[in-house]
Design a protein around this ligand. Structure first.
Ligand code: ARG
Length: 655
């Protein structure tokens, strides 16, 4: 495999990679992308971006809280990310009396910053291809070698965590070294009405007016090293922090984004993709039911609103994404296109005996696995979306994961009754849980749920847990099939060989990537074209005091009406809220810096667009866009709404 990649690398200098598609690996930038980036306007070298021996841009990019991206924007360790990435932290720090989520907050001094227990920020020091040390090993020998590589790396890198990660379905392995900071403090965020303006209605959509940012600060010990929270810790001094550009963007401007995309499915077969859409439908149905109960209760009571805000947002984001995905699959003929691609690939494989030997049958093996596991998988998904993840289970079985502050018994009872009814309706008989003393039916299920909250609650919930474990233990074995792993490795290897000579990138896997492209509008359908930007005028157009998702605080309303934009106004006199680029991102990239040709910060990536919701599977050059909040909207919010000049003063602006 290593050899294949090296060959690709040699040829790549003649073959200029695509300008838009691709979540590129940083160590390959020079070979694969530097020239293509320069061709569309980049003024940086690959080394300015990724250099393991000297400070480079990658040192300013962090993995934020495990599932998002952030960037260091001051020499005092100030980090910006999305509001929806800071959301759970902000929610947890909030109380009905001091509601930072609802009311927003900006610290006016370091002393006012609020520690967030459990929140971490991770820097990547380096990543190195270790495939040649691992490719001939299997099973135990493989595991031991991985442990050995990681141990040696940890010894060579004090205070760091080393991890060997798989790429291209286990064909390539990289050793990645991280340093994790653990004293992270909340610095500020707009009120949720702005940070999440448009709510679930506007989520995954353009045009957009969401001020999706929040600010945190990294604290370190007296040696600038990671430490648990302590009063004595000091703001972290970064190796690199980003400069900010207030120039704004125009169509065609070069942009690139660095960050931690989570998961894509670009090395899967048509059968796998079909299966994904089918299993998602169960998730969508379950969440529709759960969210309806939650939302009704949240609308009734602001305390419940705060308690369930994060649970609701987390559920709704996937719920809407999957619906969009299904629609886009149909509209864009994703399965048909994937099938056509597979037919071509098969032709290529079958042309030569050696290829047939190496890759033949992989697609068929994958498809057989998918068919065989279908029923058990569906039932496990059903379980995990309904009764496998209840708050009441956490309360009694995993108290560490239970937050009493975010729990309301009556709301919980309603959610659980709805989910159990749905579960019973959908479950295949042989997968139905059998809690001791109960034969669950539609008639007695409410009574069963009520018993969670009675005197013997702990006992009943323990019984439920036992019943869940029994089903999983009996049935789950059949979905771990080693032939599947082998086949999917072969499949990815065949794709790489088939495309030999072209620059390639692996599926997203929460490792740092770079995507480059340009500022670009799009046409969502015949006869309609969208601008590549939105302005604050749209906030007033969408404003609706009676709709929680479209409320506008009076102060914001007045600032916009008075066009009080200061130095953050665009040349056109308006305040630009968000803009579009054709960068290739996915979940996990949230909070990633959007950088200009000189590496200056011009925005934060925060969403994808509705017309290309199949983007995790196939990139759509004409339709797929990345939605970014304009950095000038962010700074305007900090300065004019937050009145926090202390924060603005920390920043460095590009001339
Ligand atoms: N769609 C965005 C993403 O997955 C998250 C947006 C969060 N906002 C919301 N209204 N749920 O990155």
């Amino acid at each position: 495999m290593k050899k294949i990649l090296l060959t690709i690398a040699c040829l790549a200098s003649m073959i200029v990679a695509r300008a838009d598609e691709g979540m590129w690996l940083l160590p390959m930038l020079q070979q694969f992308n530097e020239e293509a980036m320069r061709n569309i306007g980049c003024r940086l070298t690959a080394k300015d971006i990724y250099d393991i021996n000297n400070a480079s841009l990658k040192d300013a990019i962090v993995q934020f809280g495990g599932g998002c991206t952030g960037e260091v924007i001051s020499q005092n360790g100030l980090v910006s990310t999305n509001h929806h990435c800071g959301y759970s932290s902000i929610q947890r720090l909030s109380t009905p009396e001091k509601n930072y989520l609802e009311d927003g907050f900006f610290a006016k001094s370091f002393a006012e910053e609020i520690p967030v227990p459990g929140l971490t920020v991770k820097f990547m020091k380096s990543m190195a291809d270790v495939t040649d040390q691992l490719e001939s090993l299997e099973g135990k020998a493989f595991k031991e070698k991985v442990a050995e590589i990681e141990k040696a790396s940890n010894e060579a890198n004090p205070n760091c965590q080393s991890k060997v990660m798989s790429f291209y379905n286990n064909n390539v392995w990289y050793l990645i070294v991280y340093k994790t900071y653990k004293d992270i403090r909340f610095v500020g965020a707009p009120p949720v009405s702005m940070g999440k303006f448009g709510g679930e209605t506007d989520n995954w959509m353009w045009p957009r007016h969401t001020c999706d940012f929040s600010l945190f600060r990294i604290y370190a010990d007296e040696n600038n090293e990671p430490a648990e929270y302590s009063e004595n810790n000091k703001p972290y001094t970064p190796v690199k922090s980003l400069k900010i550009s207030l120039k704004g963007v125009k169509e065609g401007d070069f942009t690139f984004i660095m960050g931690y995309p989570g998961r894509t499915q670009r090395f899967q077969t048509a059968a796998q993709l079909k299966d994904m859409i089918e299993t998602n439908s169960i998730r969508i149905e379950a969440r529709t039911i759960k969210q309806k109960v939650m939302w009704d209760e949240m609308e009734k009571d602001p305390v419940v609103r705060l308690q369930y805000a994060d649970k609701y947002a987390g559920s709704a984001n996937g719920w809407k994404k999957w619906q969009g995905e299904e629609l886009a699959f149909k509209k864009l003929g994703i399965i048909e296109r994937q099938e056509a691609k597979e037919a071509e690939l098969n032709k290529w494989i079958n042309k030569k005996g050696s290829r047939k030997e190496a890759y033949g049958g992989a697609i068929e093996d994958i498809d057989k696995f998918i068919t065989d596991r279908k029923e058990v998988y569906m039932n496990l998904i059903l379980l995990s979306e309904t009764i496998g993840n209840l708050d009441i289970l956490a309360k009694y079985i995993a108290p560490k994961h239970f937050r009493a502050e975010d729990y309301n018994e009556e709301v919980d009872r309603k959610i659980n009754k709805a989910l159990f009814a749905f579960y019973l309706d959908k479950v295949s008989p042989e997968y139905k849980i059998q809690p001791e003393g109960w034969d669950l039916t539609k008639e007695n299920v409410d009574e069963y749920v009520d018993s969670f909250y009675g005197e013997n609650g702990a006992e009943v919930v323990n019984g439920l847990m036992t019943a869940l474990r029994t089903v999983v233990a009996e049935k789950v074995g059949s979905i771990n099939d080693p032939t599947f792993e082998v086949a999917s490795k072969k499949y990815a290897a065949s794709l790489l060989q088939w495309n030999k000579g072209k620059a390639s990138y692996p599926d997203a896997n929460f490792t740092m990537r770079l995507t480059y492209g340009t500022v670009k509008p799009y046409s969502p359908k015949d006869g309609v074209s969208y601008w590549h930007w939105c302005t604050a005028n749209g906030i007033l157009e969408k404003e609706d005091p009676d709709d929680y998702e479209f409320r506008v605080p009076t102060k914001i309303h007045n600032l916009i009406e008075n066009k009080d934009y200061g130095r953050y106004a665009d040349k056109d006199g308006t305040l630009h809220t968000c803009f579009l680029t054709n960068n290739d991102i996915t979940g996990g990239n949230s909070g990633s810096p959007v950088l200009d040709a000189d590496g200056n910060l011009i925005g934060l990536a925060f969403d994808g667009n509705w017309e290309s919701m199949s983007s995790d599977v196939m990139f759509e050059p004409d339709l797929q866009r990345c939605i970014n909040v304009d950095i000038r909207f962010v700074l305007w919010m900090i300065e004019k709404w937050g009145e926090a000049p202390n924060i603005i003063k920390e920043l460095a602006f590009a001339k």
